[in-house]
Design a binder for this molecule. Structure first.
Ligand SMILES: CC(C)(COP(=O)(O)OP(=O)(O)OC[C@H]1O[C@@H](n2cnc3c(N)ncnc32)[C@H](O)[C@@H]1OP(=O)(O)O)[C@@H](O)C(=O)NCCC(=O)NCCS
Length: 365
């Protein structure tokens, strides 16, 4: 069994304290992933490079990347390795096991689609050593600044770990009412920390779905309506989705599920039954402000599971994102393949006769 510990925030300001925390958790095969956001910000100030964030991600130009390397490798990484080593922990600092692609958009040298090299990591762990991995990835043409949690998840996925632990200086985990949870090991935290629990309709996650850990797919409730309406409205304004009203949503609330990340809604979707054998996946959207990779497919999988449990034989979607549904196993059909949808909804739609949405079907039997 392998364990991954991600350490970040102010804990890294005091490497000796960080080591004590790691020591209390590290039993058996353990890999450490560390960030260094605070130290990077300080280094940028020292180097007179302004810090800019877009959607919570640090914009990383060449000067910023130099400061990231200086702080992360020159300061945090070396101090942590030395502190671990002094306390008798068999730490081995390792750069080059994390790969990523340059994220498209205004972020510069920021990585997306983070992966880790299991062979190299296992070779180190098999020798009884503790790999220590900074959040810096090898891109095609340059180093890339990568998110700490994403890196930890990538390492955990590569190592098929039994536990992924996040050590942080934040006070605790808040529930939906913004109150701190009393216990760390409630069921939701458990599903984030022990990712071999098997994913279920209630949203725990399985080994292949580690990236989704912490995202719980659950039935929508009345308190979610505002968020769902505004999430869908965002895409409706771009002509990608049809808008949904508060009253319409309240009426059909039982059809909806939401993706809940520690009380924050990061996605939604619905399943509407059209006949004894057919249901539509509709209203599928992920948060434009806080996208969490894997959310859309987790929602669709949950809706498929819901359809299966209702003995539905086919689910369909009318969509402008056919490639996404194709990845989920759907095939393209003619609209005439879905007469019940056409007769119930489409004829009342302003786009009727001029519809640009692609009809896609998944057979469940
Ligand atoms: C479509 C949508 C729900 C996908 O959600 P998501 O959380 O980004 O999807 P996931 O992260 O689960 O992606 C699963 C796979 O589909 C791919 N994918 C996601 N959106 C895609 C799109 N629009 N077109 C093609 N592929 C897409 C991902 O790259 C990923 O592929 P990979 O595993 O090979 O890397 C989301 O992008 C969204 O809300 N779009 C705007 C609203 C919309 O179009 N809704 C559908 C209306 S029916």
């Amino acid at each position: 069994m392998t364990k991954v510990v991600k350490i970040g925030g102010a804990l890294l300001e005091n490497p000796a304290k960080a080591v004590n925390e790691i020591r209390s958790l590290a039993r058996g095969r353990t890999a450490i992933v560390h960030g260094g956001g605070m130290q990077i910000t300080r280094m940028l100030e020292r180097m007179n490079v302004p810090s800019t964030f877009i959607e919570g991600l640090r914009v990383t130009d060449e000067s910023t990347l130099a400061a990231v390397c200086a702080a992360l490798l020159g300061e945090v990484h070396t101090a942590l390795i030395q502190a671990l080593y002094q306390q008798g922990l068999p730490a081995v600092g390792i750069v080059g096991v994390v790969r990523a692609e340059k994220k498209s958009g205004p972020w510069g040298f920021v990585g997306a689609n983070v992966r880790a090299d299991a062979t190299s990591l296992n070779a180190i762990l098999d020798r009884g050593k503790m790999p220590v991995i900074p959040t810096l990835a090898m891109g095609k043409n340059s180093l890339l600044n990568v998110n700490g949690d994403e890196t930890a998840a990538a390492v955990a996925v590569a190592l098929e770990c039994s536990e992924l632990l996040f050590l942080t200086d934040v006070e605790g985990v808040k529930d939906a009412g913004s109150k701190f949870r009393q216990r760390r090991h409630d069921s939701k935290i458990e599903s984030r920390e022990s990712c071999h629990g098997g994913r279920s309709w209630s949203g725990a996650c399985g080994p292949d779905d580690l990236r989704r850990c912490g995202v719980n797919i659950r039935p929508a409730t009345h308190t979610d309506i505002d968020t769902i309406v505004s999430m869908i409205a965002h895409y409706a304004a771009q002509g990608i989705m049809l808008p949904r009203s508060h009253s319409g949503l309240a009426e059909s609330l039982s059809n909806y599920v939401v993706a809940d990340l520690d009380g924050q809604i990061v996605g939604c979707g619905g399943l509407e039954q059209y006949s004894s054998s057919t249901a539509e996946i509709f209203g599928l959207a992920t948060s434009p402000n806080k996208p969490v990779r894997g959310t859309g497919s987790a929602i669709v999988e949950a809706l498929i599971e819901k359809a299966r449990s209702g003995n539905i034989a086919h689910v369909f979607a009318l969509t402008l994102a056919p490639a996404f549904f194709q990845k989920m196993g759907f095939r393209t059909v003619q609209h005439t393949h879905l007469p019940m949808k056409v007769w119930k909804d489409c004829i009342a739609c302003p786009k009727y006769g001029n519809c640009d949405e692609i009809a896609m079907v998944l057979d469940l039997n």
